[in-house]
Design a protein around this ligand. Structure first.
Ligand code: BG6
Length: 369
């Protein structure tokens, strides 16, 4: 039931701190070691893997894009992420040393299931990341890591997405742990930091009133653009997808570095542009570059909505609206940066009179190809 919320989506957004914590439960210990024996692929087999391919659709695909950054960073294994619906039609190169990670909330998405079948036919090992016990995709995979989001009713995915991210980080860190990369110390530190992310998501949820107000003020607009870089790029795509699904608005996400190669031509007076700013620590080169992007966008008259870490003062002069998120390790930022975008889309849809749990033309799980 909706538990007093006006929609399942609002309830599911509010459930996220618990969903994130539940997905870590029993899998992480205080010393920063992961226990994923439930992934029944022998460590010996995982050590032999020479390539990872992530397949998924929709919101789960965005989690998969973020998984690529995490897997390549912590394991030094090449990783590609592909839309499940494109995967088998290009005759991908797969063999016994390929690990395919299939992400699906429902476990029933036909495009993803067909990708799983194709991968196994080619001899690849398939690990499913799934939220639905006993569904088809985990049944047809070699192994499964369940996300513990609880049932997700609203068509637009929210809490399942955050738990998919957690599961992707766990897989990346576990591969790193099993294979023993030079990032061993970082892996233990990040495992501990992951345990703090539920609290960080909770803090973001407590500061959403200005985001809702902003959303209502934009209800009459036709277009919103989203820009990000590094793991902020898939977050921008997810923000745009949520707005399409729920508010039926034209929304597009771009990699910030691509702006100058085309999309900047779209910028005009008053156009809302949401920018996901990477941490000023960590990959700080990127931070400086995105600050220049915000300046360029604003100089062309856009209304900038900037999502930036607490304490990041450099962005302040260029932000028409500033949304603060807690400081997190670079790769974990999507867990907090996505939340304001979910709230934004939900509120904008409501302001436009749309039904948020059952958007037009969409189904929760699509069982045709
Ligand atoms: C779409 C849903 O059709 O399927 C999306 O409307 C979802 O919300 C996508 O992200 C993938 O679904 P699943 O169950 O495979 O994660």
């Amino acid at each position: 039931e909706k538990g007093g919320y006006a929609s399942f989506m609002l309830k599911e957004i509010a459930d996220q701190p618990k969903a994130v914590a539940d997905t870590l439960l029993g899998r992480v210990d205080g010393s920063g070691t992961l226990h994923l024996d439930e992934v029944r692929i022998a460590p010996g087999v995982l050590r032999e893997v020479d390539k990872v391919v992530v397949v998924a659709c929709g919101t789960a695909f965005h989690a998969g894009m973020i998984a690529k950054y995490a897997i390549e960073h912590w394991t030094r294994l090449p990783c590609e992420t592909e839309l499940a619906s494109e995967f088998r039609y290009r005759d991908p190169i797969l063999d016994q040393r390929t690990l395919v990670v299939a992400i699906s909330q429902s476990g029933e998405t036909m495009d993803t299931l067909m990708a799983v079948r194709h991968a196994r036919e080619q001899g690849a090992k398939v690990l499913a990341i799934c939220n639905t016990n006993g569904s088809t995709i985990p049944r047809e995979s070699d192994a499964v890591l369940y996300t513990h989001a609880g049932p997700e009713v609203a068509v637009a995915s929210t809490k399942a997405f955050l738990t998919q991210l957690v599961a992707c980080y766990l897989v990346a860190l576990y591969l790193g742990q099993v294979r023993g990369t030079k990032w061993g110390d970082e892996i233990r530190t990040v495992v501990r930091q992951l345990s703090e992310m539920s609290g960080a998501v909770e803090r973001v949820l407590g500061t959403m009133e200005p985001v809702r107000e902003l959303a209502r003020s934009l209800a009459g607009h036709d277009t919103v653009l989203f820009v990000g870089r590094h793991v902020g790029y898939p977050v921008a795509l997810e923000g745009a997808l949520k707005l399409k699904e729920l508010a039926y608005m034209h929304a597009e996400g771009f990699a910030a570095g691509e702006l100058k190669h085309g999309p900047i031509a779209l910028i005009e007076e008053g156009l809302p542009v949401v920018v996901v700013v990477p941490s000023p620590r960590g990959r700080s080169v990127l931070h400086g570059k995105i600050v220049s992007n915000i300046q360029e966008i604003r100089a062309r008259g856009a209304r900038t909505v900037v999502i930036a870490e607490e304490g990041d003062d450099e962005v302040v002069p260029y932000a028409d609206h500033l949304i603060r998120i807690p400081a997190t390790p670079t790769l974990l930022q999507p867990l907090v940066a996505t939340v304001p975008l979910q709230v934004f889309a939900c509120e904008l849809a409501t302001a436009r009179g749309n039904e948020v749990d059952q958007p037009r033309n969409l189904a929760k799980s699509v069982t045709v190809e």
